[in-house]
Write a protein that binds this ligand. Structure first.
Ligand code: GUN
Length: 282
């Protein structure tokens, strides 16, 4: 049986550290860190994520404001909201929950967010810096995965890391971080041929494809580190992209769903919010 990578426990530790540091900084600067979250529309998954983000922020002593807008909001109006948040000195982090409606140019609006307040690190400024290996605000999910690896003393250096999925939110920044950590990195995607021959080479396999239980034994090398980013709800139960029961004996390490990557994403959001706050107030 592979070792469970307990993201939930690590996230708890990090949230507690953020809470302590937040209290010290509030004492010192007499100013509460403040995260503004823009939520457009009524996507149930997005509503759940945003509610979790708000709860975690409040528990850590970070103020959270949710700005909820109807799905027919114009691009112009959204830009105005972002510009106001950019100008607002009481706001230190801005998060635009994705996906947003198709009539809005997401590239354009994401890049309207002041890079100083870009807690997701989705703007071109931070993407470029990350890819150059410079200090950047790093997207929360891949950052949380690097924290899990570090916590369990899994050093990517020299390992073959295979990232399944090429999204801006997970796959691409994940590949950049693993490369920065001196792994040999392969990205696979929906057009990849002979997928299993590649994934079977992975010492570290990060799966972010959004297909419940897709990854079974035939995809993995025995002893591999398996990181499951997927969350699908089927009949009220949560499943990852990895078929946990099928691979658990052969895995070296594995993140469970729930309780693996998900809680770390939120912990990293708090950490990034505090990073933005410190950069602004110090
Ligand atoms: N939608 C799914 N994941 C994320 C995330 O990490 N940040 C934002 N803003 N939207 C998301």
């Amino acid at each position: 049986m592979g070792k469970i990578l307990d993201g939930k426990a690590l996230a708890k530790k990090i949230r507690s550290k953020v809470k302590t540091e937040t209290a010290e900084l509030v004492e010192k600067y007499n100013l509460i860190p403040h995260l503004a979250v823009i939520l457009i529309g009524n996507d149930p998954a997005s509503e759940t994520y945003v509610a979790s983000k708000e709860r975690a922020s409040k528990r850590a002593g970070i103020k959270s404001t949710i700005i909820k807008k109807s799905p027919d909001i114009s691009e112009k109006k959204l830009i105005k909201i972002i510009e106001e948040l950019n100008q607002d000195n009481s706001v230190h982090g801005i998060l635009l929950q994705l996906p947003i409606p198709k009539h809005i140019d997401s590239e354009k609006v994401i890049n309207m967010i002041d890079p100083k307040k870009d807690v997701d690190g989705f703007s071109n400024y931070h993407v470029a810096r990350l890819n150059k290996g410079l200090d950047a605000l790093v997207p929360c999910t891949p950052l949380g995965i690097m924290e899990i690896l570090s916590e369990y003393n899994i050093n990517p250096e020299g390992k073959h890391a295979v990232v399944m999925g090429r999204s801006q939110i997970v796959g691409k920044p994940m590949a950049s971080l693993l490369l920065k950590a001196n792994a040999t990195v392969t990205i696979t995607h929906s057009r990849t041929k002979d997928l299993t021959s590649i994934t079977k080479q992975a010492d570290i396999l990060v799966v972010a494809v959004g297909k419940a239980k897709m990854i079974d034994k035939k995809y993995i090398k025995p002893g591999a580190v398996l990181i499951d980013v997927g969350i699908s709800r089927i009949d009220g139960k949560l499943y990852g992209d990895i078929d946990f029961e099928n691979v658990k004996e052969e895995a070296g390490y594995i993140t469970p769903v729930p309780g693996g990557v998900g809680p770390m994403t939120i912990a990293m959001l708090l950490q990034n919010t505090l990073k933005c706050y410190k950069n602004i107030v110090q």
